[in-house]
Write a protein that binds this ligand. Structure first.
Ligand code: NAP
Length: 292
């Protein structure tokens, strides 16, 4: 039995049917059963739980041979945050998996580190540290930014208002990977015991600026609009803790500033050489798949 926390998300929705389709028993842990409705047709068991609640995590992991953490608390809502979900929530999952004798796959981010300027990246690093010493057999899968996440945000803005908002100048290259490719890598980590105890990093074929992503979204969807920028000073004002902005929004403004300024590029070649055969989806193909 594989338990997937985060099975309802962008990545989980691509991963769970893939695992279930290969004949593996899959259980998805969600805070809201309605969010997992699209997965039940795949013969997947769904249980209600919250990674912040240790009792619900222990119950969800009963009988698990493998646990996959694809959760994050970056975007909220409410009290969900990198501290409560990515750090404390993953601690609950890792502890329960170790007690159950289950293997653990942690989905993390390329660049995770103890001093990273984005809190999510620090929380992911803390979770990586925890899983390494947990006693559970582990694999860490680090990914760059998901194409589907950003293309969806932009195309929804375009549809709703005819505008795409780009945070900052939008001219800093960032590596984007398709969640479909990440699901394929996790599938590999599930089936290949030789990948236990390894940190696998996956990126996509291109480093793209947000201005380029905005152009690709318009070109591929055939829907054109205006690109507006939220200037860096406005992001700084939003990111200031005392500005009265909701914590999740302030967190996003802080992350946007960092993504607009630090090196977010990634060379995917070494990982792809080490694990040949993984799909290598580009941004237009990922958007076409979303449209389909
Ligand atoms: N999006 C990216 O650009 C990106 C890049 C690199 C790595 N990653 C990592 O990839 C993984 C999947 O990301 P995603 O973008 O696919 O996520 P997503 O679509 O935003 O969905 C978030 C998932 O986290 C679950 N979750 C959040 N708080 C939870 C809680 N307290 N208890 C239980 N589940 C909770 C949600 O489940 P319910 O709402 O059903 O409870 C949902 O399935 C995450 O680990 C993320 O950090 C993402």
């Amino acid at each position: 039995m594989i338990v997937v926390a985060g099975g309802t998300g962008t990545l989980g929705t691509r991963l769970v049917p893939r695992l279930a389709g290969a004949g593996v028993a899959v259980r998805v842990l969600t805070r809201d059963m309605a969010r997992a409705q699209h997965l039940t047709g795949h013969g997947v068991e769904v249980v209600r739980g919250d990674v912040r609640d240790p009792a619900s995590v222990t119950a969800a992991l009963r009988g698990a041979g493998m646990v996959i953490s694809a959760v994050h608390g970056f975007a909220g809502p409410g009290r969900g945050s990198p501290a409560t979900v990515d750090r404390a929530g993953n601690a609950n999952l890792i502890g329960a998996a170790a007690r159950a004798g289950a293997n653990f796959i942690l989905v993390s981010v390329v660049g995770a580190g103890p001093d990273h300027p984005i809190g999510l990246f620090r929380a992911k690093y803390a979770a990586e540290d925890m899983v390494r010493v947990s006693g559970a057999s582990w694999t860490i899968v680090r990914a760059t930014a998901f194409m589907e996440t950003w293309a969806t945000i932009m195309s929804q803005m375009l549809e709703a208002s005819g505008k795409i908002l780009v945070f900052g100048r939008g001219d800093n290259p960032v590596n984007f990977v398709s969640a479909t490719d990440v699901a394929a890598m996790i599938d590999r980590a599930v089936t290949d015991p030789g990948l236990r105890g390894q940190v696998l990093e996956l990126g996509g074929p291109d480093n793209l600026t947000f201005n380029q992503v905005a152009a690709i979204v318009q070109e591929t969807t055939g829907r054109h609009g205006t690109v507006r920028h939220i200037p860096r000073p406005a992001l700084r004002a939003m990111a200031w803790p005392a500005a009265g902005i909701k914590p999740a929004l302030a967190r996003q403004a802080r992350a946007a500033l960092v993504m607009d300024t630090i090196d977010m590029t990634f060379d995917p070649a070494p990982a792809r050489r080490a694990l040949p055969g993984l799909p290598n989806t580009d941004m237009p193909s990922a958007i076409k798949e979303l449209l389909a």
